[in-house]
Ligand binder design. Structure first.
Ligand code: ADP
Ligand code: MG
Length: 639
């Protein structure tokens, strides 16, 4: 007898479960997707103990016929595909017929379901993949699936589950983002009987973002509108339209990781490197290469253009015309960012400040930040790293959103954020979207062109009168942006201004620095450095970029080598070039605590208005604050 055997269904399902069911949130994802596929307009998710003890999803979708209720637990049983041809154009979220049998094989599951065309419903109980009972039951239309004791029979998996808080955060993040993708549906999430999400159908995605994140987050985001383009085609058949929708953050919002990026393709939450890359490319030059934006992107394209059958958990896709889609997404987002040019507003109220130390009185959003990273912080190298989710304390629910004084002078601020998931019922609780939110256009830096400097504050900030209010400009970051763009321009044109040094500066390098030095030698030359080897470990700098003062040359060089050494070892030359320009600009820019005369201030403002991206410095810090005339009038009770 041979040695190869065909595995039983029980074993096969458990193997599949290993891929499909990683944690409670993956169960929620599969069940939620099933409810959406079933046409539900209202979905309730209940969880206990982070989903480990219980997950229950109740929907008002089409339900299952009695015969189907049992069949649904057979491996590869699905109502969504019938033919291999269907695989080429999948419009439902599910199609593999694997989720229910997989989940049922690693938990104690109860299915209660009724289709409207039948007078009674069915109740099926399964534990560890074995059907315990199947009864007729009096039920309302729709489906309730209860999953208890996840991984009770897979101790190895159970051990890998994280704390209750972490698992809940994953579930909350998932539910939040599906609720954003389907604004016309009602969603509810309860944990241990606390309501975490409750949203009623919203008219627009913007309204849903407001329901879920609150107005302050909405303020930080730029809406993409509905960007459409016809895709190229081999034949002229059918609909070729691709649509990009969603929200992205301005350059002042920077994250340490990708956790605040949510990508949906045809209503499916996915992780996709191509789209990730397109998004990063859109922010090229606007935020540092090591930072990530917040993004909520919804791509809709013809089903044939995207293969969703790439990964068992259906979290990856493959585009047929990948590079075309990449460029479309990159260019669309970049256009919007450039047109928007948002300016930070000066806070107008002295209400609650940001908690001084991260960790003190954390709102719910900070609790979930490890997952969602919804916590916006002002970019700054010194800003504290985000605490891992486990270290964050238990959150309290329904905390009122603090007023958000976004920007302040001085030390880096940790910004208060509204809870991402609010107890919001539109219109009963919060009323409709405040009119200001929907209508007031973002201030634009176009008005920089006729700013009139009035004076300088603390020898550091230029105070200027503009046609739309009072402006405060950080002279150092403004100059940094001006120089950064100048250096990049000169580098691209191969005409960098440089200064010959009377005496060469000798710089000693470590071994890794030497390696990096030889790798980026040509780039250094392009940036204006003339450097020659001088002994085994020493280099002699004979010329340097024009704007850098003598005392700073060595530091700039080390900074560049260090960047090359640490972060950018694998970075492209383009990124190295940018970092070099940023470093030169930062070292050469006017410092704070430097008095400026009227002429210099005017020059700075004029040069800033000529910049391509005058809204943030190369490190992403804001350059200008605006106190709108309207706010001034309001504060004086004149309107
Ligand atoms: P898939 O979603 O890939 O088809 P699943 O194992 O998730 O596979 O579900 C199997 C089948 O069970 C589905 O095709 C669908 O017919 C049915 N089903 C699952 N959940 C629901 C639900 N909430 N409402 C109605 N039918 C459902
Ligand atoms: Mg499914």
């Amino acid at each position: 007898m041979g040695r190869i055997r065909v595995l039983s269904d029980v074993v096969a399902n458990k193997i599949a479960a290993g891929e499909v069911v990683e944690r409670p949130a993956s169960v929620v994802k599969e069940l939620l997707e099933n409810s959406l596929d079933a046409g539900a307009t209202s979905v309730r998710i209940e969880a206990e103990a982070g989903g480990r003890r219980l997950i229950r999803i109740t929907d008002n979708g089409c339900g299952m016929l009695r015969d189907d209720a049992l069949l649904a637990f057979e491996r590869h049983a699905t109502s969504k595909l019938s033919d291999v041809k269907d695989l080429l154009s999948i419009s439902t979220l599910g199609f593999r017929g694997e989720a229910l049998p997989s989940i049922a094989s690693v938990s104690r599951l109860t299915l209660e379901t009724r289709a409207p065309e039948e007078t009674t419903g069915s109740r099926v109980e399964i534990a560890g993949g074995k059907i315990l009972r199947c009864d007729e039951a009096a039920l309302a239309n729709g489906t309730i699936i209860t999953v208890r004791d996840l991984f009770f029979n897979v101790p190895a998996r159970k051990k890998f589950l994280r704390s209750e808080q972490t698992e809940l955060a994953h579930i909350a993040s998932l539910a939040t983002h599906y609720s954003l993708a389907y604004p016309d549906k009602a969603f509810e999430l309860r944990h241990n009987d606390n309501e975490l999400i409750s949203v009623t159908p919203a008219g627009t995605m913007r309204e849903r973002v407001f329901q879920v994140f609150g107005s302050q987050t909405l303020d930080e985001l730029v809406e993409l509108g509905e960007l459409r383009r016809e895709m190229p085609s081999d034949d002229d058949a059918g609909n070729r339209r691709i649509i990009l929708r969603g929200f992205v953050s301005g350059p002042q919002v920077q994250k340490n990781n990708r956790n605040a990026i949510f990508l949906f393709v045809n209503g499916r939450l996915i992780k996709d490197r191509l789209l990730q890359h397109a998004l990063n490319a859109a922010y090229h030059n606007l935020i540092p290469p090591s930072a990530y934006p917040f993004a909520l992107l919804f791509v809709e394209c013809p089903c044939e253009e995207v293969d969703v059958n790439v990964h068992p958990s259906k979290t990856e896709v493959r585009f047929r015309r990948g590079s075309w889609v990449h460029d479309f997404v990159r260019d669309s987002i970049r256009d919007v960012l450039m047109r928007q040019r948002p300016v930070a507003a000066v806070p107008t109220s002295s209400a609650a400040r940001a908690p001084a130390q991260p960790g003190a009185g954390l709102p719910y959003s900070e609790f979930t930040q490890g997952i969602e990273n919804l916590h916006f912080r002002q970019s700054d190298a010194e800003a504290p790293r985000e605490a891992p989710v486990e270290q964050l304390p238990q959150f309290t629910l329904r905390q009122p959103a603090p007023h958000n004084p976004r920007l302040d002078f001085g030390a880096p601020l940790v910004e208060p954020v509204p809870p991402p998931v609010r107890q919001t019922r539109i219109p009963d609780t919060h009323g409709p979207l405040p009119p200001g939110l929907a209508e007031e256009p973002s201030p634009s830096l176009e008005v920089l062109q006729d700013l009139r400097p009035i004076g300088q504050l603390h020898d550091s900030f230029i105070v200027a009168a503009g046609r739309d209010g009072l402006w405060i400009i950080d002279q150092h970051v403004a100059h940094e942006r001006i120089l950064f763009e100048k250096v990049l321009r000169q580098m691209a044109a191969g005409m960098v201004e440089r200064q010959q040094l009377l005496m060469p500066i000798l710089v000693e390098l470590t071994a890794p620095q030497q390696v990096e030095f030889s790798r980026i030698a040509a780039e250094l030359a392009a940036a204006g450095f003339e450097v020659e080897p001088y002994g085994p470990r020493t280099i002699a700098v004979k010329a340097a970029p024009a704007d850098v003062s003598l005392g700073e040359i060595e530091r700039v060089l080390f900074e560049i080598l260090e960047i090359a050494d640490k972060e950018l070892r694998n970075a492209s030359f383009e990124e190295v070039r940018q970092q070099m320009a940023a470093s030169i600009a930062c070292r050469a820019a006017i410092k704070i605590n430097t008095p400026l005369d009227a002429h210099k201030m005017q020059w700075l403002v004029d040069a800033l208005s000529a910049c391509q991206f005058p809204m943030s410095c190369p490190h992403g810090r804001p350059i200008a604050l605006r106190y709108a005339t309207r706010e001034i009038l309001k504060a004086f009770h004149r309107i």
